[in-house]
Design a protein around this ligand. Structure first.
Ligand code: ADP
Length: 366
């Protein structure tokens, strides 16, 4: 292999996670032992990864050659078409990879009855924890009206679009897609049923997810159109239900879990958030007690299987601040009690084989 190619093979496209030499991005126009002339073609003009790719290319070329010439350029339409075929094969448009029998991605819906119970915060932290455990993870922020995941993961740039194929930004090892990427100036999303369904469908069919071990989906609170559309599109999904200990919250959380059961999802378990405020004089139960267990018991009855209360997470200003700052707690404070609980939770979730969602996890809620 040419020396330039061997060097450039080490440069990985951050969005496509493959060597640029395998993506048709490299042309070597001349090469001797000491010099090389190279053209690197970005997928699109203004590609957000452009600077990083150029930096990495310069680094490997300067290590291998005493002088080099680099031209940064952009793929032609024909080259882009070729790349799309490479990425997606010749799958037809509107092909949903997760609905195929030979797809082994474990899809996990995260739902709640009410908003503001910490569903997005936990989905984000669990996703990042799964990625840190070495899994390939995707995250869909389907909380159409309350999307907050791009902010929680500190993603400020929009996804690159290769015509109709969208490349999801990657943060902390997680590929992310959110309606927030397609909304300008924080305009409210006033979409109704069919349009919502189409948008959600596109998150599955037009996004280059690659091979994933897990796809987590942050559902909107309640039992609306989006949850039902997703239940139809992702029939093999299993669900996690998030609630607070408050009995009013628990009653609505049960309903969201029950909708999941109606669309055929197994329930992986219940997580109670905002369970207590730790203090020197003992835990304070600001939102009452027992909601998580009540939801788990009720869903056990409805599903005919044991649904466990997987964890009870305290109120924590560090958890909130980490999300506000765009770096999830499991990354910013790895030793924090909640981070340890979330990593444990991620391990437990990863260890539940499909078909055993109702079986005991042997995890003791604290
Ligand atoms: P949801 O997705 O259920 O609407 P969010 O995840 O957006 O809820 O959380 C709502 C707010 O509560 C956010 O500001 C978040 O940082 C905060 N929050 C979530 N869980 C906790 C917790 N255990 N302790 C303190 N704040 C929390």
């Amino acid at each position: 292999m040419s020396k330039a190619l061997a060097a450039l093979k080490l440069v990985i496209d951050p969005e496509l996670r493959a060597p640029i030499t395998e993506l048709g991005m490299v042309e070597i126009t001349s090469e001797t032992d000491v010099t090389a002339s190279v053209i690197v073609k970005l997928t699109i003009a203004g590609c957000p990864a452009a600077q990083k790719i150029e930096r990495d290319v310069r680094e490997v070329l300067s290590e291998s050659f005493s002088s080099y010439e680099l031209t940064m350029s952009v793929m032609t339409q024909a080259e882009r078409d070729e790349l799309k075929v490479k990425l997606r094969g010749d799958a037809p448009l509107r092909f949903n990879p997760f609905a195929q029998d030979d797809n082994f991605t474990q899809v996990i819906f995260v739902g709640s009855g009410k908003g503001g119970v910490g569903k997005s915060t936990l989905t984000t932290n669990i996703s990042v924890a799964l990625a840190e455990l070495g899994h390939k993870v995707g995250l869909i922020d389907a909380d159409i009206f309350g999307y907050s995941i791009p902010g929680q993961l500190g993603i400020s740039e929009n996804p690159t679009q290769l015509d109709d194929l969208i490349l999801p930004p990657i943060a902390f090892g997680v590929k992310v897609m959110s309606i927030g990427f397609f909304v300008t100036d924080n305009q409210p999303v006033g979409w109704r049923g069919p349009m919502l369904h189409r948008a959600i469908e596109q998150f599955l069919t037009n996004v280059y997810w690659g091979d994933l071990d897990y796809l987590l989906v942050d559902l909107p609170p309640g039992t609306g159109d989006v949850a039902i559309s997703l239940g139809q599109l992702l029939k093999k999904a299993r669900s996690l239900v998030i609630t607070t200990p408050q009995s009013a919250a628990a009653t609505v959380a049960e309903r969201s879990g029950a909708i999941g059961l109606q669309t055929g999802q197994e329930i992986l378990g219940v997580i109670e958030n905002l369970s207590y405020l730790p203090s020197d004089s003992g835990n304070q139960y600001i939102f009452g007690q027992g909601g998580g267990q009540a939801v788990a018991d009720r869903l056990s009855t409805l599903s005919g299987q044991t649904v466990e209360l997987l964890a009870q997470l305290p109120i924590s200003s560090e958890l909130r601040e980490a999300s506000d700052q765009g770096v999830p707690l499991v990354v910013s404070h790895t030793e924090h009690e909640i981070s340890i609980q979330i990593v444990e939770l991620a391990k437990q979730i990863a260890s539940i084989p499909i078909g055993l969602g109702g079986k005991s996890l042997g995890l003791k809620p604290r």
